[in-house]
Design a protein around this ligand. Structure first.
Ligand code: SF4
Length: 653
């Protein structure tokens, strides 16, 4: 079998057994790898009557993309869980770095975890040797400590580790697994691994990737590499990383500040990527085989926030900078290292703390609700203490917040007699998942719909990041999208970011596109998602050279549609419906207060109509459930039967 490793590992944690199942080639051809494999395996194996995310009956899967371990920047691993502690439904998260390639080189396409270990364990993989081992000595260790200890124990510093930190062990809803500095952010998958008493997976693979047509791959690589480096945003990301978005957004009046209340914050230039690079940047670093190297390795040499680490993406500089009303870059870098070590998700916890600041500003909470901590805008001292209390569930405040910001709102509502809706209105979230640092009122209507309909809750990574990439006159200037599709989008007038009509087609296309990229293991920072060069055509060339198949880009897209539909069916089976597909209420009711787009606000009626058109375009019911016909066209008869059996779909008499 070319491309894939050929084996699915099934780890039964309750009895310590690990079983190797041969990968079914027909399954692989239909679901590609990574996210696609995980989604279908979880759909098939999870019993939806189980409601508690921390039940031993929850399932977690870790799968590398099918192109992982090859020369293209394809290193991404998807970590999925049947029920997320943040959204309560299916969730997943991607991470880049090196682990995915190593897992492929050991010969594995997915690891599925069932049950719960009695004691803390880790999974060790050395090619064919797979063993669950005692992790008692790793209890309470930081992610970086766990990484160092396991490599030392294997006497192999080329081994790759993904681990949870104290937050995952303590079942904090915002906990995530990481490979040192690379995070599988979103959905609290680290807490589910913690609930299974699984501390880490360490892998060393020496078999290499099996390539069907190596010469073809070499030629494809040369072509794609050249295209990638000539892409419009390559210089920015390779020099300044994603933190450059903060500079761009601020200068375009699009930066969310003070929990999306404003556009400005005094001294914001102190958080610019140029300041980061000049004052604290050591070098740029990359995931396996990546020519973009978008990550800073940074060092704060002295002072109370002395630290070193890697990453410093836009989400941390904005989430703990302007969105928190602050501009102290050394403190933000300190927080970045701290979050990576504790195993906490920057997007979720920055939102949680910024919501607390917003409540504090409006007099809804005080020190009696936070064990004495103060939540003013621009504070760093109490923020750092709050993160530690959260990760260790310290005190009543740390313990209450660990459930997530919605459960904390419920606690405050009960305690103070405040109507719950009054508190939750402040939380910028969809399906319980809080939002990254974009603004649904400013990034384009496609991006707003894409966030709303995302299968894992509010998410800029699931489809359209921003409609601004379509603001072109010629299709060849729209990067990463097949020429005929780009022309069609221009013909529909989609270059207007504020247009509602036709955006359903753009969103469905990009959702399928992202499902393909995640399942092949390709970083979306190379693709049309980020206005970059690698598109479905290039992905198909790569996929064919590696696997020996002959897929067109349309074939790949159909796989993306299938994967997205499985996820949608899974969420429908768990109870999600139309009402769960709307952007945060504030974006419909509060307009942008300042800047060049002052007054921008979403229109509920137009959004509602767009949602209806989107469901129709997808072949879903008006409640957002894939119809029997749609499921059958995608070869998902089994899911159609399951949804009918469970009365999610009506049975025709
Ligand atoms: S662009 Fe950045 S995140 Fe993506 S693979 Fe390269 S280094 Fe990793």
């Amino acid at each position: 079998m070319y491309g894939w490793g050929g084996t699915i590992l099934k780890a039964y944690l309750s009895d310590g057994n690990v079983v190797k199942d041969p990968l079914n080639l027909e399954f692989a051809k239909g679901f590609l790898g990574g996210r696609g494999f995980n989604s279908k395996i979880i759909y098939d194996d999870f019993d939806p009557v189980v409601t508690n995310p921390f039940s031993p009956k929850n399932i977690a899967a870790i799968g590398p993309g099918s192109l992982c371990g090859n020369t293209l920047s394809a290193s991404r691993v998807c970590v999925s869980v049947a029920r997320s502690p943040i959204t309560g439904v299916f969730g997943d998260a991607n991470l880049g770095s090196y682990f995915g390639g190593e897992l492929k080189w050991a010969g594995y396409d997915s690891i599925v975890f069932y049950g719960k270990s009695k004691d803390l364990v880790y999974l060790q993989i050395e090619d064919d040797h797979v063993e669950l081992k005692d992790a008692g000595h790793l209890k309470g260790k930081l992610v970086s400590e766990t990484d160092a200890i396991l490599k030392e124990e294997m006497n192999d510093h080329d081994a790759r580790v993904i681990a949870i930190g104290p937050a995952g062990e303590n079942l904090v809803a915002g906990a995530i697994p990481l490979e040192v500095h690379r995070a599988a952010g979103a959905c609290g998958t680290g807490a589910v691994l913690g609930s299974k008493n699984l501390k880490a997976v360490v892998v060393r693979g020496t078999k290499g990737a099996k390539i069907a047509r190596p010469n073809e791959l070499k030629e494809a690589f040369k072509k794609v590499h050249k295209k990638l480096l000539s892409g419009p945003h390559y210089p920015m990301f390779s020099t300044y990383g994603s933190s450059a978005l903060l500079d761009l957004f601020n200068e375009g009046g699009m930066l969310p500040t003070y929990n999306w209340q404003d556009r400005e914050v005094k001294g914001v230039e102190q958080t610019y990527s140029t300041a980061l690079k000049e004052k604290y940047g050591v070098k740029m670093v990359a995931c396996l085989g990546c020519a973009v190297h978008c990550e800073h390795y940074y060092e704060v040499k002295e002072g109370p926030y002395a630290t070193r680490g890697a990453g410093a993406e836009y989400e941390v500089t904005c989430g703990f900078g302007p969105r928190a009303g602050g501009v102290q870059l050394d403190a933000i870098l300190y927080i970045n290292t701290l979050l990576d070590d504790l195993g906490l998700d920057v997007v979720q916890v920055s939102n949680w703390l910024n919501t607390l600041r917003h409540w504090w500003q409006d007099g809804l909470i005080d020190e009696t609700d936070t064990d004495g901590l103060i939540f003013t805008w621009g504070d760093y001292e109490h923020t750092i203490e709050a993160l530690k209390r959260l990760a260790y569930r310290k005190g009543n405040f740390g313990n209450q917040l660990a459930g997530n910001i919605i459960s904390f709102a419920q606690y405050i509502a009960r305690k103070k007699g405040i109507p719950l809706e009054k508190l939750t209105r402040y939380v910028i979230q969809i399906k319980g998942m809080t939002q990254s640092s974009g603004d649904n009122r400013l990034m384009g209507i496609g991006a707003a719909l894409s966030h709303g309909t995302s299968t894992r809750g509010s998410d800029h990574l699931r489809g359209v990041n921003t409609d601004l990439w379509l603001q072109q006159e010629k299709p060849e200037d729209i990067w990463g999208i097949p020429r005929e599709v780009a022309q069609h989008f221009l013909d529909l007038g989609l270059s207007d970011p504020n247009r509602y009509e036709g955006k359903e087609e753009y969103v469905a296309f990009m959702e399928d596109y992202c499902a393909v990229a995640d399942s092949l293991g390709i970083c979306k920072r190379h693709t049309a998602w980020e206005g970059m060069a690698i598109g479905l055509e290039e992905m198909a060339e790569y996929f064919n050279a590696v696997t020996g198949l002959n897929y067109s880009w349309q074939d790949l897209r159909k796989c993306g549609t299938r994967i997205y539909t499985v996820e949608r069916a899974m969420q429908a089976r768990l109870g999600l419906r139309r009402k769960d597909d709307y952007p945060p209420i504030r974006f419909f009711e509060e307009s942008v207060p300042t800047g060049p787009q002052k007054g921008a606000v979403l229109d509920r009626k137009k959004y509602d109509n767009l949602l209806t058109r989107y469901y129709k375009h997808r072949g879903w019911t008006n409640e957002g459930i894939p119809t029997e016909k749609t499921l059958k066209e995608l070869g998902l008869q089994d899911i159609a039967g399951d949804l009918k059996k469970r009365k999610v779909l009506k049975v025709k008499k």
